[in-house]
Design a protein around this ligand. Sequence first.
Ligand code: ZN
Length: 292
Amino acid sequence: MGRTVILSPHLDDAVFSCWKLLTRDDGLVITICAGSPSGRTRPAYYDRLSGSSSPRERLRERREEDAAVLEAVGARYVHLDVLDAPYRRRRVAPLAIAQMVQELIPRDAHVVGPAAIGGHPDHLLVRQVALAFQERSNMVSLFADLPYASRYGWPSWVSGERGSPYLDVDAYWERWLSTIPERNLLVPVVHVLASGEQRRKLEAMRMYRTQFPAIEEGPSRRLSHPRRISFEVTWRFAAVPEGGSPSAVASGARCVRLGRSSHTNHGCGTTGAGPEARPSATSRTCPRSWWS
Ligand SMILES: [Zn+2]
């Protein structure tokens, strides 16, 4: 397998959703929506909620936070200059972003992108970027977006706990997964975080100090609740055997559970308007040649 490249929609998603991969693999995080709004831009709702009156200054703070966390865990990073959805005035083509990402990564990279559970427009955009790599024959995985994916807790096949007959978390997930082409090839992988990993992940998440309180939603503890922070989930695409059908692969697929001391298998079941803009990487923060 090639090196792991995590496509992070925002300056925190890789840490919130892919801590296990980030701390296990010698990887690269490419944050797509890390563009700086102009100095005259008025703050959108989320920036106001998190106490900012200057979107430009807030973006600068967020880049610094991200750099500090990723340097602390030993990950490489690149910040692209696509604007967050509330600040975009022009549609950005996913394929144009994919082309730019392709120039930054090795041919055999394992590309990990968001599953876009919860339907955030930036996560949906970056999911399209990740899926473009599947067409280019890269190995592609998708991650369950946190904190959105654990909004109703984890499905019982993740947590191992018996769920309520009146709450089907899979129905919520499927609402977003069902829009993925070749959805039936997705094989889930459950990553169990041991208590030390949970503690270190929480410390890292708190280092995003401008974001943590609003995303945590105070007493809801959307990031830190013990029943949420114990797991992460990714999906890989199963290969279609020669002469086999995708549905045959899916029906034989098994959920892979990774964590603690052993690996065990258990059965389980754009916003914007106007012409498209081409992103640029003027804000790249590590040299293109770092792979060599
Ligand atoms: Zn995000």
